[in-house]
Unconditional design. Structure first.
Length: 630
């Protein structure tokens, strides 16, 4: 099925293990064919029922008669034209279009052959993962969460732990409930399984479904919607909706109320994750001046220049006012950060720059590789290029070009070093004098001490531009100490990957009035006097399609589909689940924009770039950009 691509198969299994709580049954077994096909059949019934509420004879066949392949009304069909005139809000069109995208109710034998093999393998892979956890004394979040659920038992067979907790727990309060995952809901249902009506115990959950933006952490906003209507674990909930906005001035609140009904969906749908807009009432009066500013440009450099100008104007109006730049992705700052630096504007970038991207960390990584692998030519050349030695590209070429020996041997070869000028020769000699004893004695202590000792002797900290870079270097050394085994790095690629998962520190020397830069996700729960949101025209990154797609539905159904065979036709089940995931991502994008806009207290500035046609007219923004619904 994968053309014997073993690496792809390994990635498939690893990806499934990372989200095993979604497909692994509590018995430790994978789901069976009947229940998987039942989930697809239920999806067909759900969409058919919705369509028949609007059109009693709705069916996939009727939809094909009335709609074109691009899901528009057929011009030469009288009934289609009559329905188009009747369908003012587009609901009938949308319902019929959904019938043309229904998944098959059953797998083909070829599909099931692939899935059954995988479902037989996965429980064994889970068992192997548990052995690895036991050997290393480690666990991931999923293992901890599943362990907590297992420790509580089943609702009809509670453990002693659950019984003791049931006696002690009287009240449960959960904040940010809109970002609850299916596993977390299951844990909550276990904790409240023995509760009875009027027994004096209370369950209080707080959340705003319009701010559910953590699908990448398995958050399912549909669980919030479901709990609102059905309760949790048999416990009915009384729904209270708060409407007063205590953060933003009236001008921003009015703009949000006028704009977001068109950005967010008009109807609620727990399965799809659709959350309609709920208007709010401003507590603060309107401030003088424009509440929301629009700035569109042809070039990224112009957009970055306007960000600088907006900050200067905001500073002039209120020197102590807080300012934040919020972006969808870190890559959207490529032009903005250099513009701020050129303008002398201090800023704090919160979890924006990965540790592995910092120059001091790259230099330390090269030093580490050189000490552990003397034949690593690239690492040694990078070590000599680093600021503590500072050889130029020409110097490196004179020293190493045409030579097969290790760079360390060339550094001690007087005839090779003689090609360098006097200053470069002196710097190489100094590095050799420091590294020689370190290489001789390297295995006598741990790797972190060896690298840190050489770095200090070379004057690495003195080469750092500020205290922040020194602290970034210290973070590298801490991570090195954590990952080293027997004085070496067993897997250099894994070490480099771990550095990419860590974030460099923000500017430690920036004052409290520095501009804050962060992703929209990081800004959740915060507020700023002036909020700047650039890059609205940018679309989210397109991820490579996984080898297996699955979606856990709020009603506990599981949709599971394998990618098509290499060189084969697209798999209809796979494409259906993929469309569901894409639609859920797009719905969350609207909520992401809502979160960004509602961080502003006084001023909101929205920026983006437009593309132009050959005649100079502006093109419509991409459909997946935040600018499109605006």
């Amino acid at each position: 099925h994968l053309d014997n691509d073993v690496a792809a198969a390994v990635d498939l299994v690893a990806g499934m293990l990372g989200r095993r709580d979604q497909w692994l049954r509590k018995t430790g077994q994978a789901p069976e064919r009947a229940e998987l096909e039942a989930a697809f059949a239920a999806e067909r019934e759900r969409f058919t029922a919705v369509a028949r509420e609007l059109l009693p004879d709705a069916s996939a066949e009727l939809a094909a008669e009335l709609l074109t392949k691009t899901f528009t009304w057929r011009k030469r069909n009288k009934r289609a034209q009559a329905l188009e005139a009747e369908d003012r809000d587009g609901r009938i069109l949308q319902a019929l279009a959904s019938l043309l995208n229904l998944p098959p109710a059953q797998y083909t034998e070829a599909q099931w052959t692939v899935l059954s093999a995988m479902l037989a393998l996965l429980p064994r892979a889970v068992a192997e993962l548990k052995l690895v956890f036991a050997e290393r004394g480690q666990a991931d979040f999923t293992e901890i969460a599943q362990g907590a659920v297992r420790a509580l038992g089943e609702p009809d067979a509670p453990t002693d732990l659950l019984l003791s907790l049931d006696v002690g727990i009287k009240h449960i309060l959960i904040d940010e409930f809109q970002d609850t995952s299916i596993s977390q809901r299951e844990l909550l249902e276990r904790l409240t399984a023995g509760w009875q009506a009027d027994d004096g115990r209370t369950l209080f959950v707080v959340g705003d479904p319009m701010q559910s933006i953590y699908r990448f952490r398995e958050a399912e906003v549909g669980l919030f919607l479901q709990a609102r209507h059905e309760g949790i674990g048999g416990i009915p909930l009384e729904f209270l909706q708060l409407k007063t906005n205590f953060r933003s001035q009236a001008g921003i609140v009015e703009w949000v109320n006028a704009t977001f009904p068109a950005v967010l969906p008009s109807r609620e749908d727990a399965t799809a994750g659709a959350v309609p807009y709920a208007p709010s009432v401003a507590h603060h009066p309107r401030s003088a001046g424009e509440a929301v500013g629009w700035h569109l440009f042809d070039e990224r450099t112009d957009e970055a220049a306007r960000v600088v100008e907006v900050i200067r104007v905001a500073r002039a109006a209120d020197a102590r006012g807080s300012i934040a730049i919020l972006v969808r992705n870190r890559g959207h700052l490529d032009h903005i950060v250099p513009a701020l630096q050129a303008a002398g504007i201090r800023f704090r970038a919160v979890e924006i720059e990965h540790l592995g991207e910092k120059q001091v960390v790259q230099d330390l990584f090269a030093l580490t590789r050189a000490l552990t692998h003397p034949a690593d030519r690239i690492a040694w050349l990078a070590l000599l290029r680093a600021p503590w030695c500072g050889l130029t590209p020409v110097d490196l070429s004179l020293l190493a070009e045409g030579a097969d020996e290790a760079v360390w041997d060339l550094m001690r070869d007087a005839s090779r070093v003689a090609h360098l000028d006097a200053g470069a020769q002196a710097r190489v000699a100094r590095v050799v004098a420091i590294l020689e004893p370190a290489l001789v004695n390297r295995l006598r202590g741990n790797l972190r001490d060896a690298v840190e000792g050489v770095w200090l002797a070379l004057g690495g900290p003195a080469c750092c531009r500020d205290a922040t870079e020194i602290e970034d270097g210290a973070m590298f050394l801490d991570e090195l100490e954590r990952i080293e085994e027997a004085g070496d790095i067993a897997d250099p690629d894994a070490f480099a990957e771990s550095l990419e998962k860590l974030f460099a520190l923000p500017d430690l020397e920036a004052g409290d009035d520095a501009v804050q830069i962060m992703t929209v996700h990081k800004s959740k729960g915060l507020e700023f006097d002036t909020v700047i949101v650039p890059g609205l025209d940018r679309a989210p990154r397109n991820n490579l399609p996984p080898l297996i797609l699955w979606k856990q539905l709020p009603d506990a159904g599981l949709l599971l589909a394998p990618i098509h065979e290499s060189g084969g036709d697209k798999d209809p089940c796979y494409e259906y689940v993929r469309r569901m995931e894409r639609a859920a991502e797009d719905l969350e994008s609207g909520r992401l924009l809502y979160v960004a806009a509602t961080r502003a207290k006084t001023r909101l500035h929205l920026l983006g770039c437009i593309k132009r046609a050959d005649d100079g007219d502006a093109k419509a923004p991409g459909k997946r950009s935040l600018l499109h619904p605006l």
